[in-house]
Write a protein that binds this ligand. Sequence first.
Ligand code: AFP
Length: 325
Amino acid sequence: MDHQAETNRTDLMTITRFVLNEQSKYPESRGDFTILLNNIVVGCKFICSAVSKAGLAKLIGLAGETNVQGEEQKKLDCILVSEEVEEAIFVPPSNRGKYIVVFDPLDGSSNIDCGVSIGTIFGIYMVKNEAKVSLEDALQPGNQMLAAGYCMYGSSCTLVLSTGNGVNGFTLDPSLGEFILTHPNIKIPRKGKIYSVNEGNANNWDEPTTKYVQKCKFPQDGSPAKSLRYIGSMVADVHRTLLYGGIFMYPADVKSPNGKLRILYEVFPMSYLMEQAGGQAFTGKQRALDLVPRKLHERSPIFLGSYDDIEQIKELYASSKADGA
Ligand code: AFP
């Protein structure tokens, strides 16, 4: 198909059309959720454009500031808020809607300088009581999420979204300026051949994590050893895990008993997507989405991916608990 013919096609499922179709399943809906999602999509397009011009615009390099996590911010990181600000931002009452958005505008930003894929992660909740909005509304367990997604800025710009009805992937067509449905109804393979973890921390891992990685490398059941893939950019590592299967983990270790990844805008949205795609997400103690965060930037260990692979790590934690380890 030539380019003109392609841009003339009317059967393309754009993300706008997709979200409107979803909305039409709820006749009582007033369209607020659709508008909110559309605004997030526009934000992702904006970041995508900024990221792709980073080198040209001489934006690459440290901005010289640290964010609330004590991490160095890259210049691109300063554009949006949330993961980057200590306090929750309360919209003025006159403009207030009924949704809460938790997000990490540019996750994996330490990878900008070398052109590795980075991304935006987001999750959406509903306020409990519109008349009395408080910080508690932002500290709901992940199982209360209405939608979650990420946008990956890589060789192409890919937005993966779930509104609680499975997982769908959209690719930005730069000639149309629209996200097009390219990965309908994503299902993670039941079992994977890849494990993904920062092995530099192995010396400090707990026993179940150490045993699990040992099994990946030296399986005793006749299955082939798993491959190791680790980018260090959660969106890219999770995207690969979702499409190819396997396990992504950021476990607890002696130095970081709560792991590294933030519950609200890393652990919850990615866990939600994994479950919606048929996989699982586990903290080492419980289902990740059942965690109840106590503060905005709280962290948790996380193991997420293919159903069977997460079953294995769950079994190792259960037997280590039974042994009193
Ligand atoms: P940055 O945003 O500082 O690059 O951190 C990225 C991240 O939060 C997440 O995207 C990665 O999975 C994880 O950290 C990588 O952490 P390690 O560098 O400790 O492996």
